[in-house]
Design a protein around this ligand. Structure first.
Ligand code: ASP
Length: 332
């Protein structure tokens, strides 16, 4: 089937510098991105739906400990995990989301069930877990989400009593080998809470002309228990509308919420006829930066155009068109 079907993914944006990334770590990130893209690409190539492609891509990213979502999520101030996810179908404008879940193995699958099986859009905490369990989804012990690298990030934040976003020297912190051990930043190099982001997301256009978006995150390291960011909020961290585009965001969640960032891309296309490139650039490079909103987003429109802008040093990202080689990127 000839189509302009395409999937794009991200694994978080932030201070991702070539200088702080070992060749081994870079290869691991690129391989992980490629595997996920190929899985999404296969679904689209077989005529599958964008909603299925983004669900599967985010599920795989959640299962990969390199990224801050599902297994490998960051810790709250209480050294627990609280996960958020959302998904939206551009065909029907149906959406589903969960936030503050502690035991749902794949939050994106719970969000998908909310979209499909509930009259509601967003479930939180224990209610979300009860809903997921009733839907037959896997619940896990909290220890499932633990990774040593994230725990070291928590300890650093705990020592400083400071929240921080993900991907501070991500390449070093995420790998268990001695080569990847991250030396603690010196006091002259304070942890900058505006420079460390992480979340995963996927957007896709299928061969039937439908768009979908999904996002999932552990949030920010040392966040207050109960804190919710943009990721599970439709319009802030995730949005899809067949008439315009599909968007998934990553970055300082509070700013993306205040800017209603994902929806703003769609609104600019709908109301002022902006191209995908112009709309995404305006949101990421102008509007968000005006309130010091650091991060990025991935977006695809109904013609199959792809935009992956970010205002940080790097963003784990990639896209794959049906029948073409996957493209991945990390740095600016
Ligand atoms: N946007 C996410 C949040 O604020 C974090 C991130 O993308 O790094 O929860």
């Amino acid at each position: 089937m000839k189509s302009n079907a395409v999937i794009a993914i991200h694994g978080g944006a932030g201070t991702i510098l070539r200088a702080s990334m070992s060749a081994q770590a870079e290869a691991q990130y690129r391989a992980a991105l490629r595997d996920v893209l190929q899985a999404g690409q296969r679904i689209l190539a077989e005529g599958g739906h964008a909603l299925d492609a983004v669900t599967e891509a985010v599920r795989l990213l959640e299962d990969c400990p390199l990224f801050n979502a599902g297994r490998g999520s960051v810790f709250t101030a209480d050294a627990t995990h609280e996960l958020d996810a959302s998904i939206m179908d551009g065909r029907t404008l149906e959406a589903g989301a969960v936030c503050c879940v502690k035991r749902v193995r794949n939050p994106v699958l719970a969000a998908r069930r909310v979209l499909e099986c509930s009259e509601h859009v967003l479930f939180t905490g224990e209610g979300a877990e009860a809903f997921a369990a009733a839907q037959g989804l896997a619940l896990v012990e909290p220890a499932y989400f633990h990774t040593d690298a994230r725990y070291r990030q928590w300890q650093l934040a705990h020592d400083r009593q400071q929240t921080m976003l993900d991907h501070d020297g991500a390449a070093r912190a995420s790998l268990p080998s001695s080569e990847s051990e991250a030396p603690e930043p010196t006091p002259q190099e304070p942890l900058d809470p505006n420079r460390k982001f992480g979340t995963v997301g996927a957007v896709a256009l299928d061969a039937h002309g439908h768009l979908a978006a999904a996002a999932s995150t552990g949030g920010i390291t040392y966040k207050q228990p109960g804190r919710v960011g943009d990721t599970p909020l439709i319009g802030a961290g995730c949005y899809a509308n067949d008439a315009t585009c599909a968007v998934a965001a990553t970055g300082a969640g509070e700013m993306f919420m205040r800017m209603v960032a994902a929806y703003d891309v769609s609104a600019q296309m709908a109301y002022r006829g902006a191209t995908l490139e112009a709309a995404t650039n305006d949101v990421v490079m102008n509007r968000l930066l005006r309130i010091e909103g650091r991060g990025g987003l991935i977006a695809v429109d109904r013609e199959g155009n792809v935009a992956l802008p970010f205002n940080t040093e790097g963003m784990y990202r990639g896209y794959a068109r049906v029948g073409e080689t996957c493209v991945t990127g990390i740095y600016r």
